[in-house]
Design a protein around this ligand. Structure first.
Ligand code: HPA
Length: 271
C-alpha cells in the first residue's frame, strides 16, 4: 500500500474528496474532468488490470464542478479469477487518498418488472449473495471496526440529495435493492425469481465489495445502477454483454449530467 500511495502522490498534486467507480460502458464520465491527470492501472504498483470489454483501466484525477476527484475508469471483478483482496485494493487506495464520498456505479439487470432498460436506479441497500466478504482476514482497527455496521451503507443524506437532484432535473429515477452475484454467468430465470422474492430490484456482478470497504473506512457511499437489460427470464430474449454496453452508451448523456449535478451538490455541501 505504501508503495502504491507514494507512486500515486508523486504523479498528482491534489487531494481528491470524491471518488467514483465507473461501471461497464460508463467510463466516459472520466473524460469530462478538468485538469485531468490519468495513470494506467498497469503502471500502478499493486493494481490488477481489468480484462473486461467496456472497462479500460486507468485512474483519472481532476476537477468536476470545482470538486477535486478521482475516477476509476474500469473496475476489477472477482469473476476475473483474482483474489477479493485484489478486487478491493483500488478502493482501499481511494479511501487512503482521503475521499469523503465514494460513488459506485454499475450496469445491472432489472429484477423489478416496473423497470425498463435505460433506467437509472439509486441503490438504497444491497444483498451480498456472493458468499464472500472483502473484510475476511485480519482487521486493522485503524481502518475500521472488526464488525462494521451496515445499516446506512448507502448514506441517507446522499440518497436524499440524489433524489432532489433527479427531481429538479426532471430525470425519472428508480430506487431499490441491488443483489450481488459473482458471475460471470448471468443468473438463471429461477435465480432471478429467487432474487425478487428476497427483495432485490436489480442484480449485478460488482459494487458490493467496494461499498463494504468504503463503509468500513467511514467513507460515505452513493450507489447508482444503470439498468441495461431486464434480468433473465423476464423477457424471452437471451442476455448478451453487447446489450449491456450498448444501453449504457445510450444513457451516457443523462448519466453524466446526473452524476455531475450530484457532485456539484456534494461540493456545495462541503462549502
Ligand atoms: N445480471 C448480472 N449482471 C448484469 C446484468 C444482469 O442481468 N446486466 C448487467 N450486469
Amino acid at each position: 500500500m505504501h508503495k502504491t500511495m507514494d507512486f500515486i502522490k508523486s504523479k498528482i498534486n491534489m487531494e481528491p474528496k470524491v471518488g467514483i467507480i465507473l461501471g461497464s460502458g460508463l467510463g466516459d464520465f472520466a473524460d469530462t474532468l478538468e485538469e485531468a491527470v490519468s495513470i494506467l492501472y498497469s503502471e500502478i504498483p499493486g493494481f490488477h488490470q481489468s480484462t473486461v470489454v467496456g472497462h479500460s483501466g486507468e485512474l483519472v484525477f481532476g476537477y468536476k464542478e470545482g470538486v477535486p476527484m478521482v475516477c476509476m475508469k474500469g473496475r476489477i471483478h472477482y469473476y476475473e479469477g483474482i483474489s477479493m483482496d485484489q478486487v478491493v485494493f483500488p478502493t482501499k487506495v481511494l479511501c487512503a487518498l482521503g475521499i469523503e464520498t465514494l460513488i459506485v456505479t454499475n450496469a445491472a439487470g432489472g429484477v423489478n418488472e416496473e423497470f425498463k432498460p435505460g433506467d437509472l436506479m439509486l441503490i438504497r441497500d444491497h444483498i451480498n449473495f456472493a458468499g464472500i466478504n472483502p473484510l475476511i482476514g485480519p482487521n486493522d482497527e485503524k481502518d475500521g471496526p472488526r464488525f462494521p455496521d451496515m445499516t446506512y451503507t448507502y448514506d441517507k443524506d446522499h440518497l436524499e440529495m440524489a433524489k432532489r437532484v433527479a427531481d429538479t432535473s426532471g430525470l425519472g429515477l428508480q430506487e431499490g435493492v441491488y443483489m450481488y452475484f459473482t458471475g460471470p454467468s448471468y443468473e438463471t430465470p429461477a435465480e432471478i425469481k429467487m432474487a425478487r422474492i428476497l427483495g432485490a430490484d436489480a442484480v449485478g456482478m460488482s459494487t458490493v465489495p467496494e461499498a463494504i470497504i468504503a463503509n468500513h473506512r467511514g467513507v460515505k457511499v452513493l450507489g447508482i445502477s444503470c439498468i441495461t437489460n431486464m434480468a433473465a427470464g423476464i423477457l424471452e430474449t437471451p442476455l448478451d454483454h453487447s446489450e449491456v454496453t450498448e444501453v449504457s452508451k445510450m444513457v451516457r448523456e443523462s448519466f453524466i449530467a446526473f452524476v455531475t449535478n450530484c457532485i456539484k451538490e456534494l461540493g456545495n455541501e462541503r462549502n
